[in-house]
Design a binder for this molecule. Structure first.
Ligand code: HEC
Length: 286
């Protein structure tokens, strides 16, 4: 049981600050959990970074975020109340206890925890365990992905643009999925199709075409530095290379999971030449 509780504490994303922490540690924990996703190195909204005390004192475009000893005149505290136009975090007001921690922390001089120069920035998305979030309730959206996009736009005060006209949509879909403009036949078929399923039908037909694998395999092949020759000054042909190219194209067209594709790629890279050929041959027939 104890182990379970410890485990839950370790993975709990929004656990409340532990009472044995000093005020400075509690304030830093709130900032880490609630603010760093938009105010650190990678993302610094309005120029504000909150990884160190100096950065917070310096503030963003509007000037110092904190006036030590004076919460009422500290921008950081004012935005937490959600009573003014600038309200943080934009997605909703913090629980009262957390606001109170930050208020008391500023009042006591906004000191940083002893021996800790920088907040951990553990909010970085790649370190977070994926969790299925609740779909925001937003009227007028056609699918759950749009609901998340709308919520994100709203949080930073942006309005979605109107839906593009049919011809623009068709061109975007063709360039995205095939890297080519639509053919006259494709344009005619799509523009004359007034049924509600027209868009879905178009996407299905683009995905079913071999052109799809040819376009998307290119990105993969670029990343693994595929070439038909060895390149540079001595430029012999690598005679078997096309097999790998075709294998990647086929993998995309067959919808092979990326994990399987990555595995055969790393096996092939780490083997000797003869072995590499065998691995590739095996992968091709998989
Ligand atoms: C989802 C992203 C997001 C989160 C999380 C977030 N902010 Fe912000 N913050 C913004 C954006 C966007 C702006 C710029 C808004 C504007 O200029 O209208 C901003 C601006 C600010 C500013 C004004 C900076 C300046 O000088 O212009 C302060 C202060 C601030 N945020 C404090 C906080 C605090 C404190 C937290 C955590 C409790 C927090 N923010 C969490 C997105 C976020």
């Amino acid at each position: 049981m104890k182990a379970l509780v410890l485990l839950l504490l370790a993975v709990g994303g929004s656990s409340h600050p532990v009472m044995s922490q000093t005020l400075a540690e509690q304030a830093q924990a709130v900032i880490e959990q609630r603010c760093l996703s938009c105010h650190s190195e990678q993302v610094a909204m309005s120029g504000l970074r909150m990884l160190t005390r100096e950065q917070i004192l310096q503030g963003g475009g509007r000037g110092p975020a904190v006036k030590p000893g004076d919460p009422a005149n500290s921008l950081l505290f004012k935005v937490l109340s959600h009573s003014e136009k600038l309200a943080m975090p934009p997605t909703g007001k913090l629980p009262f206890e957390e606001i109170e921690i930050l208020r008391a922390w500023i009042e006591k001089g906004a000191n940083w925890p002893q021996g800790k120069k920088q907040a951990a920035n553990t909010q970085w998305w790649a370190f977070s365990k994926p969790q299925r979030p609740e779909v925001p309730q937003i009227s007028g959206v056609k699918n759950p992905v749009d609901a998340f996009v709308s919520q994100g736009l709203k949080a930073i005060g942006l309005e979605p643009v109107a839906e593009a006209d049919k011809l623009t949509l068709l061109r975007r879909a063709c360039f995205d999925l095939h890297g080519l403009p639509p053919s006259p036949e494709q344009s005619k078929a799509f523009l004359n199709d007034a049924t509600p399923e027209a868009w879905e039908r178009l996407i299905d037909s683009l995905l079913a075409s071999p052109r799809y694998g040819e376009k998307w395999a290119r990105h993969w092949l670029d990343l693994v530095r595929y070439g038909d020759t060895s390149g540079f000054e001595q430029d012999p042909y690598t005679l078997e290379a096309w097999r790998y190219r075709d294998y990647v194209i086929k993998s995309f067209n067959d919808d092979k999971p990326t994990t399987v594709l990555s595995r055969s790629k790393s096996q092939a890279t780490s083997c000797g030449r003869m072995m590499r050929r065998r691995v590739l041959e095996r992968a091709i027939t998989e």
